[in-house]
Design a protein around this ligand. Sequence first.
Ligand code: FAD
Length: 159
Amino acid sequence: MDDRQFRNAMGKFATGVTVIATETDGQVHGMTANAFMSVSLDPKLIVISVKEDAKMLHKIKESNHFSVNVLSCEQQEESMIFAGQKQPEEEFQFDYLEGVPVVRNALVQLSCEIYNEHVEGDHTLFVGRVTEMELKDGDPLIFNCGKYRELKEMESVSN
Ligand code: FAD
């Protein structure tokens, strides 16, 4: 079982795409992430997974807060910018929710504070307690097998 094969296997699991954002010393830092999951309703908890060499790791630890922004199908560019795949043409403007930077026009904006963290292998899992959220209508951006995709409705199945 080599690394490439493991990545290919994990990439077959289709996900949405988020941008994680945090602020330290007045500087906002964003990072594209699809390792995101809802954890608990009471209290409202989510989890994200950040690799050990990501700049984001220490920034989240320092600020104790981060946002998770679920991207819409019109935000592939934002995903590419915060994955280091594309340079923004102009300075990227963030909005704020409960004092935490959030991505404008994301389908969901969650502001979170660190509730717990676990180092697991070469990633750190941050469990975040959701302190506020905003929702919008629209379709999500999808990531599968290393490619961005859009949702397509399938014929409904009647039993
Ligand atoms: P950098 O690589 O320095 O920053 C990321 C990019 O964002 C840079 O190009 C930087 O210029 C830009 N940027 C940051 N802040 C700003 C700002 N304020 N204004 C303008 N541009 C800014 N990695 C994980 O650890 N976990 C995951 O779950 C994960 N999921 C991914 C899902 C997808 C679909 C993709 C494409 C990548 C994913 N990655 C994930 C990889 C991760 O997004 C990249 O490795 C990323 O470059 C790591 O960011 P960094 O914090 O090290 O900082």
